[in-house]
Ligand binder design. Sequence first.
Ligand code: FES
Length: 115
Amino acid sequence: MAFRFLCEQNSLAVGEKKAFNVDGEKVLLIHLEDGFYATGAKCPHMSMPLEKGKLIDGQRIQCKFHHAEFDIKTGKACQWACFPPGIQLLNVIRGQKDLPTYALKIDDGRIYVEL
Ligand code: FES
């Protein structure tokens, strides 16, 4: 495990998110009111990009494809795929999974992720 550079701290405003490819690992950096957080950038349901997801209540991200929701700080799945109606039938073979989260450090205005 080592810290890898992601971006300058001032390049992402509060409420914004951006995906990075770091040594083959897809990481989503999210700027919340209380700081920066990093999660996996692919939804654990069907590997679709979470960068297109919606931030909810300043603490969760909702995948735009089938509306699974994850706690940004813990990665815990708060709601599994539920859209469009009927997709729950697939949940038997695509069971609920949490989102990976990654440690960050900020040094001299630069953000690093631990991978
Ligand atoms: S790919 Fe995200 S909920 Fe299905």
